[in-house]
Design a protein around this ligand. Structure first.
Ligand SMILES: *[C@@H]1O[C@H](CO)[C@@H](O)[C@H](O)[C@H]1NC(C)=O
Length: 524
């Protein structure tokens, strides 16, 4: 094969990762340190159950919010996931909630209907604007910029009674899958502090996995919800694109981003996915069939074991192959369904398809915003080659993936390959035909469990496993499946046809029941 963008990107990152080992300053050692086990039972209830208990005055919102504040204060020095909190404001809001419940005369049903998440704490990805919280997405030159309004899904979640406790870390400009930037530093995996949390909703994944949060909000253009949920052992749903509005995120969507970018809920307990999605999708909830009862026995199930050995990804690890087979076995035994194995040869080009489509111009012919421009804002565009030189002597404000992204943009002068476009179109047709409105397939969320910090640089395009689903515009739920031999979370993504989000959410409920869902990283 000729030299492609993927190969170039990979070679560049490979070389830089080597340099990185030489030049990176030593981090404070996390080796030997471990998260404490959860001691407060309130932290082990879903948001749905917490809201019910709060409504019934079995527990106060202040108690619940305080329990989460205590847990964040206990774990955040270890994981560095929450980058700015609003604990005082949250406690005041919780006190108001308790007062409101005291005064409500309409009974529990009225509250449930109007304010389904009343009094429940929420965490939010920093790139998602939350009024009064930083609006930086990890860019040093944006230090001090504060969000003036809430992103629309946050407006809805607050209106439903949820109480945000703070915002969580992302990679610089959300354009990488390790959560690290020079404004807030690096975020650690609660199951092994020397490992990465994934990205870009990495702070969310980490704080949820660490039991410092029960529900959170993420966004996903190449796996940014599903990867951190996979690496940190929690549930995450990438909604069908176009349902949840993506205004008031930073950086704003440009080019064709909106076709591939999806927002969605991230949570520790699968029963919270559906109510959260209903709220976040307002006023477009009617586009989805979220009130339709799903009978799993009537679905058609498929399993796609891997991408057919693409040169841009690592082979799926043995324990992940095995757990996906286990899911197939259980589905067949429990539901009496037949799970058919299918392979799509075009998945081989997963990364190149995603990269090609993200680089295309929008319907009006406007190309995506150059990355170097985003890196420099609110000042002048950054100059990636110069930043690279500065980085080598430890003087750049930018992370190496961001600098390489800036350089990678320069390669976009090449015209998209007609061969790749044809592969994508065929894949789209075949997948849609297979799934229809009653089919789901299992696909690895990632080829292996959480790598050590910075090791993404050695395998920069492994995220093709999640990214291809964005290009296809399909909904997908990442589901945790217990811990592997190194004590790290396993998982799988469940994918359905466009707008069939209710199917994957139902499968998530089943998988949690069958495989036990989230595990306390501090246990054992
Ligand atoms: C966040 O910052 C960007 C660019 O600096 C700005 O355009 C946007 O309005 C800000 N968002 C909010 C909600 O303040």
């Amino acid at each position: 094969a000729s030299l492609t963008c993927a190969h170039l990107l990979r070679a560049l990152l490979g070389a830089f990762s080597l340099l990185f080992q030489l030049f990176s300053p030593r981090r404070p050692a996390m080796s030997g340190k471990k998260l404490p086990a959860v001691s407060n039972p309130l932290l082990l209830l879903s948001a749905t159950q917490l809201a019910k208990k709060i409504r019934r005055k079995e527990v106060s919102s202040v108690e619940v919010v305080q329990a989460y504040i205590d847990r964040i204060q206990e774990v955040n020095p270890l994981v560095n996931a929450v980058v700015k909190d609003r604990f005082d404001a949250a406690l005041q809001e919780a006190a108001q909630v308790d007062k409101l419940i005291e005064e409500e005369t309409g009974g529990e049903e009225v509250l449930e209907d109007r304010l389904p998440l009343l009094g429940v704490p929420l965490s939010v990805k920093e790139s998602y604007c939350l009024q009064g919280m930083p609006n930086t997405t990890g860019v040093v030159s944006r230090r001090g910029i504060v969000a003036t309004v809430d992103a629309p899904p946050l407006v809805q979640l607050k209106r439903a009674g949820a109480i945000p406790l703070g915002v969580t870390n992302t990679p610089e400009l959300c354009m990488w899958w390790e959560t690290h930037n020079h404004l807030y530093g690096i975020t650690n995996n609660p199951y092994d502090l020397e490992r990465m949390v994934g990205g870009s909703s990495g702070g969310e994944g980490s704080i949820l996995g660490a039991a410092g949060s029960v529900i959170g909000v993420g966004s996903d253009i190449g796996g940014s919800i599903r990867m951190p949920c996979f690496f940190n052992g929690v549930f995450g749903h990438k909604t069908t694109p176009g349902v949840i509005t993506c205004e008031n995120q930073y950086p704003p969507a440009s080019g064709r981003d909106k076709e591939y970018l999806s927002l969605g809920p991230m949570c520790r307990y699968s029963e919270d996915l559906l109510p959260m999605l209903k709220i976040m999708a307002e006023p477009n909830t009617h586009m989805l069939s979220l009130n339709t009862k799903v009978d799993l026995k009537k679905l058609r199930f498929f399993t796609v074991p891997d991408d057919g050995g693409s040169p841009s990804t690592y082979p799926v690890s043995r324990e992940l192959v095995e757990i996906q087979s286990k899911v197939v076995e259980r589905l067949e035994a429990d539901l009496g369904v037949k799970v058919q194995e299918v392979r799509f040869p075009e998945l081989h080009y997963g990364f190149r398809i995603w990269d090609t489509y993200l680089g295309l111009s929008d319907d009006e012919g406007k190309p995506p915003k150059p990355f170097a421009q985003l890196m420099g804002e609110p000042g002048r565009p950054a100059w990636p080659l110069w930043e690279l030189l500065k980085w080598m002597v430890g003087k750049s404000d930018h992370t190496i993936p961001a600098i390489v992204m800036g350089l990678h943009d320069m390669l976009r002068v090449f015209k998209p390959s007609p061969y790749i476009i044809k592969q994508k179109e065929k894949l789209q047709r075949d997948v849609e035909e297979l799934l229809g409105t009653d089919g789901v397939f299992l696909y690895p969320s990632h080829p292996r469990v959480a790598p050590k910090h910075h090791h993404t640089l050695f395998r920069p395009t492994d995220f093709a496993y999640t990214a291809i689903i964005n290009t296809l515009g399909l909904p997908a739920t990442q589901c945790p499946l217990g811990l592997g031999k190194e004590g790290l979370p396993l998982g799988v993504q469940v994918v359905a046809g466009k707008l069939q989000d209710h199917l994957t959410l139902e499968v998530a409920l089943y998988l949690e029941k069958t495989f036990g869902g989230w595990r306390d990283p501090g246990a054992n």
